[in-house]
Design a protein around this ligand. Structure first.
Ligand code: GAR
Length: 204
């Protein structure tokens, strides 16, 4: 069976990458293959996860590429060289410019740890999202997988899953529960959905 080639972009611990690796191993990603992991940080633990799973990986930093434009140029070249069909941002803590998102329109998805349009956009990433949700006092939060366009966290929503806030929640406790109850389930499901869609489009 034909499979869509997936690149996962990471910056940190890579638990969402791990969820994708586990899903692929369990046969839950039948229309996709994890072909490449790219980190914008050399010390990201996600790189160890990629290595343990036997997935090719690369480190590309803005600094080494002479800035954002150079970074995006090198990244695009690498993705094209590896014939990547789908780009998954999984804890990738850098905003991609309009040239890049336009070049790969419909081919980039992101996981965000809130119910978009709450607690999203520039400045809302990682623990900050959960801090903001707790400070606001919402009773329900969750996670969202969406397409990536030129607006940070502004692309079309693919899947969402709610998670209840509990008394005594801290940002750390909430982050972990949103990951366990929502993110690690949602991301592999969305990846499979989009892989199927991309393959269908390719077949014309
Ligand atoms: C995840 O909670 C992910 O949703 C979030 O960062 C964490 C990365 O964890 N992403 C964002 O906030 C993007 N705006 P991981 O490296 O263990 O997957």
């Amino acid at each position: 069976m034909k499979k869509a080639r997936i690149a996962v972009l990471v910056s940190g611990g890579g638990t969402n990458l791990q969820a994708l690796i586990d899903a692929e191993k369990a046969g839950k990603l039948p229309h996709g293959v994890l072909a490449l992991v790219v980190s914008n940080r050399a010390d990201a633990y996600a790189l160890v996860r990629a290595n343990n799973a036997g997935i090719e990986s690369a480190v590309l930093t803005r600094k080494d590429c002479g800035g954002q434009a150079g970074f995006e140029e090198r990244l695009a070249a690498l993705l094209e060289e590896k014939q990547i069909d789908l780009i998954i941002l999984a804890g990738f803590m850098s905003i991609l410019g309009a040239d890049f998102t336009g070049r790969f329109a419909g081919r980039i998805i992101n996981i965000h740890p809130s119910l978009i349009p709450s607690f999203c956009g520039k400045g809302f990433y990682g623990l900050k999202v959960h801090e903001a949700a707790l400070n606001y006092g919402v009773k329900v939060t969750g996670a969202t997988v969406h397409y990536v366009n030129e607006i940070p966290d502004g692309g079309q929503i693919i899947l969402q899953k709610p998670v209840m806030i509990r008394p005594g929640d801290t940002p750390e406790l909430l982050q972990r529960r949103v990951m366990e109850q929502a993110e690690w389930k949602l991301l592999p499901r969305a990846a499979e959905l989009v892989c199927r869609k991309i393959l269908k489009e390719k077949e014309g």
